[in-house]
Design a protein. Sequence first.
Length: 415
Amino acid sequence: MSCLHYCDATLYIENVNLMQVAQQFGTPSYVYSRAMLEKNWKAFDQAFQFIPHCICYAVKANSNIAILHLLAQLQSGFDIVSLGELERVIAAGGDPQKTVFSGVGKREDEIEEAIKKNIYCFNIESTSELERLAKIAHRLNKKVKVMLRINPNVNPQTHSHISTGLKENKFGIHVSEIVSLSRQLVSHTSLQFIGIGCHIGSQITTLAPFLEAIDCLLDIYQQLQRSGITLQYINIGGGLGITYHQERPPEIIEYAQTLQQKLSSYPVKLILEPGRAIIGNAGVLLTRVEYLKSTPHKQFAIVDAGMNDFLRPSLYDAWQAILPVTVRQEAKKIYDIVGPVCESADFLGKDRELAIQEGDLLAVDSAGAYGFSMSSNYNSRGRPAEILIDGDQIRLIRRRETIQETFALENIIKG
Ligand code: LLP
């Protein structure tokens, strides 16, 4: 489901006409719906109400502090992968005690700061990382909670760039190493072994891979229990897909019921790390058509948002709906919707049937997740503004970056 709807042939988010947003704040801009964001988070929380759980929103999906603040107000936890993300959570009023730290490459200073800031636990992905954590915790005289991230060798049947639970991926610890690593873990007095988890990939549209993954985790849970280690947490990660085109991902409730059945006889708390399923369909990218260009082969709509603003189509060949903000009663033509960046990979959509004119506004649907958070300054373009719609209110939650800001950190070496 999208947060967009038409009223009198004009596109709206909640009670706000997107033309008005463009007039007030310009384009390209990301525009989010508060109601949709909150609805998605609550749907997760409700669906899992029958098992002890904690929803740790994956900050990387969209890390704007206004978005994080709304989630913190709902009592959400957070899944972070850098010190930067932790600082954002704290700035947004999020609770470090509900924050889990994932990722394969945590630096020493990041681990130290995260311990000092009292995060809930570390998701550990290798022997070396475990040893580094133990050493730092010991030096700081702290007892630190640890979960081990397993690589269950499951195919999530998604794009290869966002598959993370296959044995050839850099993520997680191989199943055969878990028992010995667990012994190593419990021998460290500075560490407390509380759980195991996995994150097998993103934009997963069937339940089967999740089932395979949870079976693997429960198998390890039992194995560890037999060797005298009882864990309190199972972390299934994120990954639940959304509908961009014709995908039919499982409903949140279906996903929850399936996991609940699997976990019913285990006295554990479930940690979830959804990102896309919370913010994906709660945001759009608003862009303006600069030029219509026809060649003997193709027609292009050149818009003011490029791959630096929105990378998903270029990086994953992702298909996302592109809708006209104002519907024209004219004949449609087939366009490639492309940006101004000097790369042929710079496109938002190909072969789209639209009735548009130069100056028209378009909305790229379901761009709330991995949209702004993956944007860059490539081609020295300032990053877009971000706007939150709340009923009939329009709030600027990040102003457009100025050109001066894109090179403000650079120095000319004189002489
Ligand atoms: N937990 C961990 C450890 C992760 O690495 C991720 C995402 C998540 C949770 C959240 O996954 P989600 O529920 O959002 O699928 N840029 C890509 C997606 C990369 C996902 C990376 N990890 C895209 O635009 O499709």
